[in-house]
Design a protein around this ligand. Sequence first.
Ligand SMILES: [Zn+2]
Length: 56
Amino acid sequence: MSEKCALCKGIMEERTISLDLRIDGKLVVIENVPALVCSNCGEAVVTPEIGRKLRS
Ligand SMILES: [Zn+2]
């Protein structure tokens, strides 16, 4: 079972990305974040569990 891109229905691949976040006005770059990246259009989706970790 593989995820499909919400934008183009392309195949989502598991990859690690670097994420730029702005926290309290400061730019924070988090490297090696596991995410699903569309092999067609490059859309990156961070998994919900990671998103929750980043917010805590
Ligand atoms: Zn796509």
